[in-house]
Design a binder for this molecule. Sequence first.
Ligand code: COA
Length: 163
Amino acid sequence: MRRRVHDLYEIWAAAVRDLPSEHPETDLDFESWKRDDLEHPDLSDEGSFVALAGDRPVSLAFLTVDPARRLAYNQMTATLPDYRRRGLALMVKLASARWAAEAGIERLLTENDEENVGMLAINERLGYRPLYDQRGWAVELELPSAVPDESARSDESKRSSSV
Ligand SMILES: CC(C)(COP(=O)(O)OP(=O)(O)OC[C@H]1O[C@@H](n2cnc3c(N)ncnc32)[C@H](O)[C@@H]1OP(=O)(O)O)[C@@H](O)C(=O)NCCC(=O)NCCS
């Protein structure tokens, strides 16, 4: 499936644009995604699943695996907008979970924004349970004066993780 690299990127890019986040992803270019996600050394070809509509990839669940710790991580689950609410994300994420169980993986970790109701609903149906809350902090420095005075604002976003 890796040879369908542009189709996979299309799914990923559409998904990232729709991710609820206080700090939207701006690094959306193809080469960055290919280097950081598709060529991630821990990405499992066997544990990652893609749903096809005819010949077209329309939904994916990418899984990275740490066999030594018997741990796997749901790197990205996404469905093209025109194909949502047909059970595809549930299906590919379930396929990943089944593969992981058969491969001896003991824990599956996933991280989602607490406002991502769709993904949280899927996680709940698959049996994931909350593990920890994660907050991210950012300081926005206004140029040209980069002095952290009252013009520097702190911001906070919250994610939740489950296993
Ligand atoms: C979240 C996402 C992957 C869901 O994909 P999908 O293929 O539409 O999901 P499914 O059809 O398998 O949904 C299964 C169930 O989850 C729930 N669900 C899915 N999307 C939902 C939404 N937007 N709102 C509420 N519930 C939702 C429903 O219970 C749904 O079953 P139903 O349609 O019978 O009611 C998709 O909306 C997407 O790609 N979003 C952007 C990327 C993203 O947020 N990825 C997750 C972070 S890695």
